[in-house]
Design a protein around this ligand. Structure first.
Ligand SMILES: *Cc1c(COP(=O)(O)O)cnc(C)c1O
Length: 383
């Protein structure tokens, strides 16, 4: 039926065309200097990331997952600790506490925002406290699809309970809440530079953001095997978690485009919202939030409707994806931890409902108006 070329779910080529010469020049400069580890591009990027977020310190690391791990290691999270996190997120959020010997406690999410549900969070903290086997140690708030979690509420709980507040902003760099960009909420903010994130490199990379100078210094030590003031003094158990100079060189020109790209994402999301209103449940933006639109995810009636819409989209050259088809507490790798964390844990009905009904549409800053119209027509024609 259609002879139009397929639309990209994410598009890295259109962006690359704008900055290819600058990337080539930056990479050539790294090749000439030979400073592949901790080269000057890493410090330059760290400074610019902190400036963009409006925070005091940025520390480049090897991935978003390693950013979460270094933050939790720095907070002393380990055996006997309960780490509260949403059940509806990417696997990395849950994997890190387990790697460190801690226990993830899966929390249900809010049906409108898809982010951690504060009432359910409080309920599960109370259950862990009353059972007395684990110490409530940390809350990981995930800004799913680019929408900031309820940070004032998470911060208040952490302050009251003496818990560590970690922002998994892997999908949300550039988002803001009440005039404050992510990077300044909680004790630490983890970013991922996986290629399809709002700021992506051409491989793996990540960063940690904070306003606390001591915390940033600790992270620098942890990313370099726990080294002390001199290179061969090992002060603590760390890891090899540095950001490559090559990736920093690629990220610098990309960071220069991020402001415009966030504006384009916002414009495209508004066009989707308008075109799809009343046909599917479109994503909400909460009061005071600036959404980064890392992904644009809608809810359809049920699994059968989703299969139908995906099929119609595919036929029209419109790719779709499902983030996420399975709640983490149902994953084989985490089911045992879920069963151990709280005996007879309450159900997670919203996470499971979202897994049946959610689907993501193409979202990148270089979608044209005509492409957005094609996506809207394909979805609207099939629901
Ligand atoms: C992508 C992602 C991560 C992991 O980032 P990597 O750089 O791939 O390790 C962690 N949490 C969330 C929510 C993510 O989307």
């Amino acid at each position: 039926m259609t002879t139009l070329p397929p639309i990209a779910l994410f598009d890295m080529k259109a962006q690359q065309a704008l900055i290819r010469a600058e990337i080539d020049r930056r990479l050539a400069s790294v090749l000439d200097s030979g400073r592949f580890i901790n080269g000057p591009e890493v410090q330059e990027l760290e400074q610019k990331l902190a400036e963009f977020a409006g925070c005091a310190h940025a520390v480049g690391v090897s991935s978003g997952t390693d950013a979460l791990q270094i933050a939790m290691m720095g907070a002393g999270i380990g055996r006997g600790d309960a780490v509260f996190l949403p059940a509806f997120t990417y696997t990395a959020t849950a994997e890190v506490p387990l790697v460190l010997g801690a226990t993830p406690i899966f929390v249900d999410v809010h049906p409108g925002t898809y982010n951690i549900d504060i009432d359910d969070l409080k309920r599960r903290i109370a259950l862990v406290e009353s059972e007395g086997r684990l110490r409530p140690a940390a809350i990981v708030g995930v800004d799913l699809f680019g929408l900031p979690a309820d940070w004032p509420a998470i911060e208040a709980i952490c302050a009251e309970k003496g818990m560590f507040a970690l922002d998994d902003a892997a999908q949300a760099f550039g988002a803001a809440l009440h005039g404050k960009r992510l990077g300044r909420w909680g004790h630490a903010t983890a970013l991922s530079f996986y290629p399809t994130k709002t700021l992506g490199c051409y491989g793996d990379g990540g960063a940690l953001l904070t306003d606390d100078a001591d915390r940033a210094e600790l992270w620098r030590s942890l990313r370099t095997h726990g080294e002390g003031k001199t290179r061969y003094e090992v002060e603590r158990t760390g890891m090899n978690g540095r950001l490559d100079t090559m990736q920093a060189a690629i990220l610098l020109p990309k960071l220069g485009l991020l402001g415009d790209e966030l504006a384009a994402r916002t414009r495209i999301a508004a066009a989707y919202n308008q075109g799809l209103a009343g046909k599917v449940q479109t994503p909400v933006t909460t009061e005071g939030a600036e959404h980064a639109w890392g992904l644009y995810s809608i809810l359809v009636e049920d699994e059968a409707a989703r299969a139908r819409v995906q099929e119609a989209c595919k036929a029209a050259g419109v790719p779709t994806a499902i983030y996420y088809p399975k709640s983490l507490h149902r994953q084989p790798a985490y089911a045992a931890a879920h069963a151990e964390g709280i005996s007879n844990a309450p159900e997670l009905p919203v996470a499971e409902m979202l897994c049946r009904r959610i689907m993501s549409l193409p979202m990148h800053p270089y979608l044209t108006e005509a492409e957005v119209a094609r996506v809207v027509a394909a979805v609207a024609g099939a629901v």
